[in-house]
Design a protein around this ligand. Structure first.
Ligand code: DHK
Length: 152
């Protein structure tokens, strides 16, 4: 059986629905989780969907993913723009990574234009709201079918 796709969400994403809805939309993180789980099941994938406000916890989950996951979908929130620790963990994970952002970070402040995730990502999706997570699953499904993950 294929290992799950880890769908990891960083700081403040637990506030979705309440937080600046004109930027991040009105869906809650539970709504996003439900959409992701339903779409994954249509694709024949399983997911482990998580959120943390703590950088080190995200690093620990990425380390865990190396052996336990087939791929990672990561919205690292603001840590995207600051975290060398997350960059290092992703580099060591040796897994396909899709970077997702709800908003189009390139239409926003300059400090959001730099990403420590993009250089180690297979692909980047931003600006499509929660649909971006589903697009990431579609992309990974195609990639995993083309080159199944090797065991670590
Ligand atoms: C989410 C955040 O929390 C921000 O810090 C990022 C990202 C953008 C998003 O659009 O999902 O800059």
């Amino acid at each position: 059986m294929q290992k799950p796709v880890y769908v990891l969400n960083g700081p403040n994403l637990n506030m979705l629905g309440l937080r600046e809805p004109h930027i991040y939309g009105s869906e809650t993180l539970d709504d996003v989780r439900a959409m992701v789980e339903a779409h994954a099941s249509k694709l024949g994938l399983t997911v482990s969907f998580r959120q943390s406000n703590i950088e080190g916890e995200l690093v620990t989950w990425i380390q865990e993913a190396r052996a336990a996951a087939s791929a990672i979908i990561l919205n690292a929130g603001a840590y995207t723009h600051t975290s060398i620790a997350i960059f290092d963990a992703l580099s060591a994970a040796e897994l396909p990574v899709v970077e997702v952002h709800l908003s189009n970070v390139y239409r926003r402040e300059r400090f959001r234009h730099r990403s420590f995730v993009s250089p180690v990502a297979l692909g980047v999706i931003c600006g499509f709201g929660p649909t971006g997570y589903l697009m990431a699953l579609d992309g990974l499904k195609a990639r995993l079918a083309a080159s199944p993950p090797s065991a670590h």
